[in-house]
Ligand binder design. Structure first.
Ligand code: ARG
Length: 401
């Protein structure tokens, strides 16, 4: 029987050519797998037809946008997931959901190998292949750009020679990856890290320099999940989309960073994630009033480690699963409303309320009604400083000897 390979298919030039390229190099039949994670653009049906037109024996297409929002974006929100404090893990969280569908398709169509269009220099090859090793340990991986010398020039020549139904003239100077959680743009002119991004780079956000009037929004959460916007019930996917639109119109969520890739390279990336950044900001502020101090402090460390694991392609790893359990436990009381002003590139929280809040007005107030007994503070401070005081006495004694 002819060997079968499932290919992660975007509908673009490189993966369209990869169908025939893999076929010629390996003699295998190629099944194209296209997954909608809210990236917008062409319909799944158009992509499906193109895959077949480019020689795929089958095309598997899946609308995974709700699955992606519920099972990947929401855990990222609960973890306030920001790699190196900046990057909301846009591409990193889309790979595991695509992997799930690749493995499912491989089983359905009896494939032995999974192929993807990543280069050998980035994080995404790692995320795909580690995910596949974990979910389908018997499956092999192949990356035509990395393993079969499929360069851009060769891809264009191949598409023209074979008359593939794909445009070869449209030149985009950037490498772009996008989904409902955000958009990542790299390469070209941006590789000079002194160059400021030009206006044409952005798509999810309007320029924050000339913003429309401030937009005030109330986001309601239930156990860490956004459930309503301005009182209107929403699903996670709807919440992200609505905030992409409203925060995007105010230029919220533009990020320009040089980040540390897993493969040891520092690389410059421009992100735009208006919905994700507005949601993370709101969620963090709600945690500030609902999560107990020691839990909150420890969670900050867990969040950071969680983001690193996810960035590093360890979505399906045991440690990530354990951290998820901790994070989930902290979200029990993260319910309530956050009022936030979206304006001029910023999402600023200006009000919060919660039935499960730990904020106690009577403890906090400096006005009448104060229930805090200030006389207790004196003894507390004495004991709190005791250990350092004893050590300092020792230091002085030793220095004087
Ligand atoms: N640097 C980001 C990451 O590793 C984004 C990579 C996405 N690719 C792109 N073409 N911009 O998660």
């Amino acid at each position: 029987m002819t060997e079968r390979i499932v290919l992660a298919y975007s509908g673009g030039l490189d993966t369209s050519v990869a169908i025939g390229w893999i076929g010629e190099a390996t003699g295998a039949e190629v099944i194209a797998v296209a997954v909608d994670v809210g990236q917008g653009g062409e319909s799944l049906e158009t992509i499906r037809q193109r895959a077949l037109g480019c020689g795929a024996v089958e095309a598997y297409v899946a609308d995974a946008s709700d699955e992606f929002a519920n099972e990947y974006c929401m855990p990222t929100l609960k973890a306030n997931g920001l790699y190196q404090g900046h990057y909301p893990l846009v591409s990193a969280i889309s790979r595991p959901v695509i992997v799930k569908h690749l493995v499912k398709a491989a089983r359905e169509f009896g494939a032995t190998t999974v192929a993807h269009g990543c280069t050998g220099k980035g994080n995404d090859q790692v995320r795909f292949e580690v995910g596949i090793q974990t979910l389908g340990p018997d499956l092999k991986c192949i990356a035509p750009v990395r393993d079969l010398a499929l360069t851009r020039d060769k891809a264009i020549a191949f598409a023209e020679e074979k008359g593939l139904p794909i445009e070869t003239t449209k030149k985009n100077p950037y490498s772009i990856d996008q989904n409902v959680w955000g958009r990542a743009v790299e390469t070209g002119y941006l590789e000079d890290i002194w160059n400021a991004p030009t206006k044409d780079i952005y798509d999810y956000t309007a320029t924050p320099e000339f913003p429309p009037a401030p937009d005030e929004v109330i986001i309601s959460f239930d156990a860490g999940i956004p459930v309503a916007i301005d009182g209107v019930k929403v699903t996670p996917l709807q919440a992200i989309k609505e905030l992409n639109r409203r925060a995007g119109a105010q230029g919220v969520g533009r990020i320009d960073v040089v980040e540390d890739r897993l493969v040891g390279i520092k690389s410059r990336e421009i992100y735009e994630a208006p919905g994700a950044m507005a949601l993370i900001t709101a969620h963090k502020h709600l945690e500030d009033i609902t999560v107990e101090r020691e839990q909150a402090r420890f969670k900050a460390t867990v969040n950071q480690r969680w983001a690193e694991l996810v960035y590093d392609g360890q979505w399906f790893s045991p440690l990530k699963r354990s951290l998820d359990a901790f994070i989930e436990d902290t979200q029990k009381y993260v319910s309530g409303d956050i009022r936030m002003s979206l304006h001029g590139g910023q999402a600023i929280v200006n009000g919060r309320r919660s039935e499960t809040s730990l904020y106690d007005f009577n403890l906090a107030t400096y006005d009448t009604g104060d229930t805090f007994d200030q006389s207790m503070a004196k003894g507390f401070i004495e004991l709190w400083g005791m250990s350092a005081k004893v050590a300092s006495g020792r230091d002085l004694r030793v220095a004087g000897e």
